[in-house]
Design a protein around this ligand. Sequence first.
Ligand code: ATP
Ligand code: MG
Length: 766
Amino acid sequence: MQNLLHNLNPEQLAAVTLPAQSALILAGAGSGKTRVLTTRIAWLIQTQQVSPAGIMAVTFTNKAAKEMLARLSAMLPMSTRGMWVGTFHGLCNRLLRTHYRDAALPQTFQILDSQDQLSVIKRLLKANNIDDEKYPPKTLMYFINNAKDQGLRAHQVEAHDPIERKLVELYEIYDLQCQREGVVDFAELLLRSYELLARNQPLREHYQQRFRHILVDEFQDTNDLQYNWLKLLAGHNVVGGGALFAVGDDDQSIYAFRGANVGNMAAFEREFRVQNLIKLEQNYRSHGHILDSANMLISNNSKRLGKNLRTDAGHGEPVRIYEASSDLEEAQWIIEEAKSLMAEGSARRDIAILYRSNAQSRVIEQKLFAAGLPYIVYGGQRYFQRAEVKHVIAYLQLMDNPHNDSAFLRVVNFPTRGIGSRSIEQLQAAAGQQGISLYAAVPHVAGKAGSSLANFVRLIEGARFETTQLPLPEMVRVVLEASGLLAHYQGEKDGTDRVENVEQMVSAATHFVQEEGFGQNAPAHLGPRAQAQSGAPIVSEDGIEIFDADAPLPTVMSPLSAFLSHASLEAGDAQAQAGQDALQLMTVHSAKGLEFDAVFITGLEEGLFPHESSAREMDGVDEERRLMYVAITRAKKRLYMSFTQTRMLHGQTRYNMKSRFFDELPEEALKWLSPRVQSHWSGNKKSAWDEPVFAGGSDNKIAHQIAQKASSGPGWRIGESVAHAKFGEGVIVNLEGSGSNARAQINFGRAGVKVLDLSVAKLDRV
Ligand code: ATP
Ligand code: MG
C-alpha cells in the first residue's frame, strides 16, 4: 500500500486526515488545496472509512474532474468507478438521467448550451409576437437564468412592474416549451435536480445515505443554488448526514457576475457548524518574485478573510514587463519569448498565454499561426459549438429525440432541400395549435410543403433504422453521408476546414466510447433497459430505482445520449487536438486551478484589465484584482506581463493607459523590458524606440520617445506629452490633416482619448 501521506506538510496532513465531519480548508493559490482534496479521497478509501461509491467530488471543470480521477486511479489499487466525480452540471445530468422519470423528463432529454438557449428564446419571442427591441432575447435569457440560479420558478418570482410581469410570463412559457421539446438548459439541470431531491424524500435519503463524503473544490465560486443542492445532498440538518469537505480561496472568487456568492463560505461555516477550519500557508507552486507580486497585488483588496502565503523556493526570475506599441507587436514579442523558452527546453504545453477577453486571442492566434507554432485555444470558439459541428449534432439529436425543435429547425433545410420559410410557418402554426413538436406536426401540413417536410422525416427515420445496430462512430459516419452534410461541405469553396471539422466528429465519437467504457461495439441507440434485456429497472435495497449501481454512464444512458450530453457540457477542444504538444491559450477565467511553468498575462491596460465593465459594478475592481491574482498565481517559474499603446478590439482602435495593477506590484520583483522591435503606428508611419522607456520606473505617465515627426501641425509630434486645461495631461497618439484641419488624437488617461482640433484647442507642451 502506498503511503499517501508522506509528501504532505503538517497542515495538509491535518486536513487530509480530519475526522468524518464537515470541514473548510481556506487557503491561497498553490497551497495544495486540490492536492489535499484528492489525497483525502484516497486516504478515506484506503483506510476503509468509505467505499468509492460513497464519495462525491465536485470540481470546477470537466478537465479537473478527469485529472482527479486519473490521480485517484494511480493512488488506489481499486476501481474508482462507483465514485461520482464531476462538475455541478455533470453530476446533475447524471442524477437526472438516472431518475429521469421522477424528474418528469424523457429518457433522451437533451441539453441546451447557451447558444441553443438563445435561439429557443428568439423563437419563443417571435411565436408570441413580442417586440424583441422591448424585450431583447439576451435580457430574457439573463432573467430566466438568474431566476433559476436563485432556485426560483416563474410563479415564485416577484414582479415589480409591467415589464417584469411580462418577463415572468415569458419565463413560464419558455419552461413549458422546453418541457414539450424534452430539452433542458444549464441552469435547469441544477434546478431540476435540486427540486428532484427536495421533493422526493426516499430518493433524497437514498443519496444522503450513499454519499458519506462530499468534497468540493473551488468552493468560493458556488452560487446559491449549488450551495443549497449541496446542503440537501449532505443532509446538513439530518442526523447522520454526510460530511461536506470544502476547499476554497476567497481571493480567487471570480464568478460574482454569474451569481457566485463568496458568502457561501461563511454560510457553510455557520450552517454546518464547522469545527474544522484549516488554513494552508505554504505555497508550492511559484517562485518568490511571482508570489510576492501576487501577495502585494491582492493586499489592495478590502474585505478579505485574511491569510498569507510563503514559499521556500528562491526569488527566481523577475517578472518581465513589456510595453508594446500595438497588439500585433505584443503578439510578436510573446512569440519571441516563447521561442526562447522553448529553446531552453520548455515544452509548449507548459507555456500559457492568458487574456482577459476572448476577443484578444485572434491577433495572437494569427501570429502563432504565421510563426508555425502549434497552439490550443481553450474555451474560445468551442469545437462542439462550431456551426458545421452543430449541424451534425442536430441530426444526431433528432435521431435520439425528434421533438427537439431547435435541432429540427437548424437542419430541416440544411443542406437546402427546398423547405422555405412559408412551409416552416405553416408547420409552426400546426404545431402551435396542437401543442406538439414540429416533428410530430409534419403530418398535419398539407400540399407541397407537407410532402417535402415528410421527406425530411423519412430521412431521419431512415437513418435511424439504418443505424439501429451500429456503434456510435459508425452511426456518425452514416449521418454525415445520409444528411448530405459531408457532400455539402466538400462542395463548398474553402470548405476544407469544415470538412475536417465534421469528419472529426467520427474521431470524437470513437474517443468518447473508449473513454467512457461503452465497448467498441455497443449499439449507439440502445439505452440501459434494452442493454439489460430485462426491461426491469435495477432497484436498490431501499427501493430506489437506479441504474448506477457501480458503473458510470453506460448504465444510465445510451452511447448516443451520453455523447450528446458530453457535446453540450464540454468544450471538446482539448479532445479534438488530444496529444498535441501545443501552447495553451485561454482566458484568465478558464485558467483557474491550473498551473504552468511560464505564463504570459497580456493586455494589461485600463479598460481591458481591469475591464471597463468593472467600473459599473459594486466591488468591480476588487473582482478584477482577484482575477489578476488568479492569473499571476498560475505561474511556476516565469511570469511575463504586457500592455500596448494601441489595440484593435471589436473593430475599433483603442489607446490605452497601462493597467493600474502595475502600480500595485513590488518594484523589486519586476524587470521592465525596453522595446526592441520596431513599432508600427497607424498607417505606414514607423517609429523607432531609442531608449528604454520604463527602466526601473512604474510611474503612470506614458513618456514615449518617438522620433517620428508628425506630418502635420506646428511641430506637434506623436508621442509628445501635452497638457489641456480641462482634461489634464495626455499623450498625442495620432495626428491627421494639416493647417486649419489638423487634428490630434490625445490619450488623457483617466479622462479618456479625445480628438481635438489643433487650431482651436489650447495645448501646452509638458
Ligand atoms: P489553486 O488555488 O490555484 O487551485 P491549490 O491550492 O489547489 O491551487 P494545488 O494545485 O493542489 O494547489 O497545488 C499546487 C502545486 O503544489 C501542485 O503542483 C502540487 O502538486 C504542489 N504541492 C502541493 N502540496 C505539496 C507538497 N506538500 N509538497 C510538494 N508539492 C506540493
Ligand atoms: Mg486547486
